[in-house]
Design a protein around this ligand. Structure first.
Ligand code: FAD
Length: 425
C-alpha cells in the first residue's frame, strides 16, 4: 500500500543516516500526533520497519538497522501545546527543538527556560533527547532530562496510545513510569509529546573562562572547587593545543569554563572567589556577566569544531575523580594514532564527550578498541552517539542477560511484538 501523499524524499537528516550505512526506503514527516499514529498503524499493517528520527544528531544512540522501510521524522511536530507559567510547566510535541523551546520560553513575560543543553540544540528535538537520554553541562545544577520530564505520550507499534505522568512533579503512585521510555532510543514506541518543568530565568548569569598549563594545576583547582561552598551550574574542561607557557607532557593546556547563575551579587561573589582560587593554582583568565555569553561559551565547549564526512561521536562516563586523568589519556591515545579529537569533560560529574574527526575507519577502529579498554578498565562506560553502523556491530553495550529476559524482552514483546521499531540495545 502506498504511503499518504506527504511522503517525501531524503532530507539532510536522512542523507546522514545513509552515510552511516542505513538504507532508508521511505521517509514520512507527520505534523501532528494523530498523523503519526495513523502512519504507525499503517506500518504495522504493512509489516514495515520504522526508525523514529528527530534532528538526527545521535542516531547511533540506538541500534542502527541495515535497512529501514520507513524513517519517521518528527521535526514537523514542532508545536508548543500548552504553557503554564504559574505552575512552571509546559507541554510540547516531540519534534520541537530544544532551541525552539528556549526561544519560546525566553519570549514569555518575565522569561523562563528549560535547563537542557545537549550539543546541537538547534537541531536536537526534545523527543530525540528524551529517547537518547541526552543532557549537557547544565546537568550539574539541574539534573538530567529525567528531572525535567513530568509526563510523556507516545504511540506503540500497533498505533495504540501509551502515556504516563501529567503536569505535576508528583503525579504517580508506585513506580514512576514517566521515565520509562528515557533512553529507549526508538526501540519501544514513538514519543509524540512531552510535559516538562520550566524555570524562571535567573537574575544574573556569568562565565568564568580559565586556562591551566598542566594537568596537575587543573586537578588541584578542580579539587579545591569541589571542596568549596561555590555552586556553579556547569564546569566544562576542554583541551587547547600548545600555547605560551605550556609545560604539559601532552603539549596541551586545559581550558575550564565555569557557569554561575543566581542573584547578581551572589554571581559576582562566586566569580571573585573562582578567580582567586584559579590564581592560587596557576590558572589565568577572566569572568564575565551575561546569559548569552554563558550559554554560548558552555555550548562551544561541547560542539564539534567542524563536521567531517565520517564522524564518530562518543559519550563516555567515568568516576568523577578519574575524569581529568582519563580525559588526558584519551588525548594521548589519539596523538599516538594521529587522530584529531575534540573532547569536553563535565568535570563535576565525570561525563565526557569525544568527537573524533579526520580518522580513517581502520585507524579509528584501533583507537576505539584502546579507548574501550581504557574507559572500561577504569569502571567507566562508553557509548557511541554518531558512528557508521560498521563500528556498532561489535560495540553496542548489552543489558545484563537477566534484565533482558525478565524485563526488557517482555516489555518489547508487549509494545512491539512484530519488531516494527529497532531492537533494544
Ligand atoms: C557533536 C555532538 C555532541 C553531543 N554531545 C552530547 C552531550 O554533551 N550530552 C548528551 O547527552 N548528548 C550529546 N549528544 C547527543 C545529542 O545531542 C542528543 O542525543 C540529541 O539531543 C538527540 O536528539 P535528536 O532529535 O537529534 O535525536 P536523533 O538523533 O534523531 O535520535 C536519537 C535516538 O532517539 C530516537 N528517537 C528520536 N526521536 C524519537 C521519538 N520521537 N520517539 C522515539 N524515539 C525517538 C532515534 O531512533 C534514535 O535512536 C551529542 C551529539 C553530537 C552529534
Amino acid at each position: 500500500m502506498d504511503l499518504p501523499s506527504n511522503a517525501s524524499g531524503p532530507s539532510a537528516g536522512i542523507g546522514q543516516l545513509e552515510s552511516l550505512g542505513v538504507k532508508v526506503r521511505r521517509v514520512e514527516r507527520p505534523a501532528s500526533e494523530k498523523e503519526a499514529q495513523r502512519i504507525i498503524t499503517l506500518a504495522f499493517k504493512e509489516k514495515w520497519t520504522v526508525l523514529p528520527c528527530g534532528g538526527g544528531t545521535s542516531p547511533a544512540a540506538g541500534v542502527l538497522p541495515e535497512t529501514v522501510d520507513l524513517a519517521l521524522v518528527t521535526t514537523g511536530m514542532n508545536r508548543v501545546l500548552a504553557f503554564d507559567p504559574r505552575n512552571l510547566n509546559m507541554a510540547v510535541l516531540a519534534g520541537i527543538t530544544i532551541d525552539q523551546i528556549n526561544q519560546f520560553l525566553a519570549g514569555q513575560e518575565n522569561g523562563f527556560f528549560l535547563p537542557l543543553d545537549p550539543p546541537q540544540s538547534q537541531r536536537a528535538t526534545i523527543g530525540g533527547a528524551y529517547a537518547a537520554n541526552s543532557s549537557g553541562p547544565l546537568r550539574l545544577r539541574y539534573g538530567s532530562l529525567r528531572d525535567q520530564v513530568l509526563g510523556v505520550r507516545g504511540v506503540d507499534s500497533q498505533g495504540r496510545e501509551v502515556g504516563f505522568g501529567g503536569k505535576t512533579v508528583k503525579n504517580v503512585s508506585g513506580y514512576d513510569l514517566t521515565k520509562f521510555f528515557i533512553g529507549s532510543a526508538g526501540s519501544l514506541c514513538l514519543i509524540t509529546s512531552i510535559s516538562l518543568r520550566v524555570y524562571p530565568l535567573p537574575e544574573s548569569s556569568s562565565l568564568c573562562d580559565l586556562i591551566f598549563g598542566t594537568l596537575e594545576e587543573l586537578n588541584k583547582f578542580l579539587g579545591a572547587l569541589r571542596n568549596s561552598v561555590l555552586i556553579p551550574s556547569a564546569v566544562v574542561v576542554t583541551g587547547l593545543a600548545g600555547g605560551p607557557g605550556v609545560s604539559d607532557t601532552l603539549g596541551m593546556r586545559y581550558r575550564v569554563m565555569i557557569a554561575c547563575e543566581g542573584l547578581r551579587q551572589a554571581v559576582e561573589r562566586q566569580n571573585r572567589d573562582l578567580m582567586k582560587m584559579a590564581g592560587e593554582f596557576g590558572g589565568m583568565g577572566d569572568a564575565r556577566i551575561g546569559r548569552d555569553l554563558m550559554i554560548r561559551g558552555v555550548r562551544s565547549a561541547v560542539e564539534p569544531d567542524r563536521f567531517l564526512e565520517d564522524p564518530l561521536f562518543l559519550r563516555i562516563s567515568v568516576p568523577i575523580a578519574q575524569g581529568t586523568r582519563t580525559f588526558a589519556a584519551i588525548h594521548k591515545t589519539a596523538q599516538l594514532y594521529g587522530i584529531s579529537l575534540k573532547g569536553a569533560l563535565s568535570a563535576a560529574d565525570g561525563v565526557m564527550f569525544v568527537y573524533v574527526g579526520g580518522a580513517n575507519r581502520k585507524n579509528a577502529a584501533v583507537f576505539l578498541k584502546e579507548l574501550k579498554d581504557l574507559v572500561q578498565g577504569g569502571h567507566g562506560y562508553i557509548a557511541p552517539l554518531l558512528a557508521h553502523r560498521s563500528f556498532l556491530q561489535s560495540w553496542v553495550a548489552k543489558a545484563d542477560p537477566a534484565v533482558q529476559r525478565l524485563i526488557l524482552h517482555p516489555i518489547k514483546k508487549s509494545l512491539d511484538p512484530n519488531g516494527v521499531f529497532p531492537p533494544i540495545a
